[in-house]
Design a protein around this ligand. Structure first.
Ligand SMILES: [Zn+2]
Length: 155
């Protein structure tokens, strides 16, 4: 993003946060050339997303399907429904703002897992176990231990 003060194109994002009730992302930017500070807003440009499956098949992105899989992972977890909605919207916006309309299903899975891991470990593990389709329990344990610092029993 070009600096509006000196024209330098190499500016840095110092802070990104949701704005306007998560309709936009507000970014604070800094220009190292002139020390100028300015703000940009990023908004969704809706587009039809196409999911590229691992077998190469394409299908229209289905938000409801994504939501169902996430809600199944979240069943009986102590997480506010509103927070789950926000997470799903955030995932969809991330996909929409990636600049590509064709998105590998693997990437969607990874974004979902990343989002779940931040909100609820159990839901994350449930989703990941289905998503990754682990063959061996050893692999699964290894995967979980690599992902997060050890969790104390009872947590
Ligand atoms: Zn500048």
């Amino acid at each position: 993003m070009r600096c509006p003060f000196c024209g330098n194109v190499d500016t840095q994002v110092k802070d990104s946060r949701p704005a306007e009730d998560h309709v936009a992302i507000r970014r604070r930017r800094f220009c190292p050339a002139c020390a100028g500070r300015f703000t940009t807003y990023e908004r969704v440009q809706l587009r039809d997303l196409v999911v590229i499956k691992s077998n190469g098949r394409r299908e229209d992105f289905d938000r409801d399907k994504l939501e169902r899989s996430i809600r199944i992972s979240m069943q009986k977890r102590p997480v506010e429904p509103e927070r789950i909605d926000q997470m799903i919207s955030g995932i969809v916006r991330r996909l929409e703002s990636m600049g590509e309309s064709d998105i590998p299903s693997k990437m969607i899975g990874e974004i979902v897992m990343e989002s779940l891991a931040r909100i609820d470990t159990v839901a994350y593990v449930r989703f990941a176990s289905v998503y990754k389709n682990f063959q061996a329990a050893d692999d699964f344990d290894k995967f979980v231990s690599e992902l997060r610092p050890p969790v104390k029993p009872g947590e």
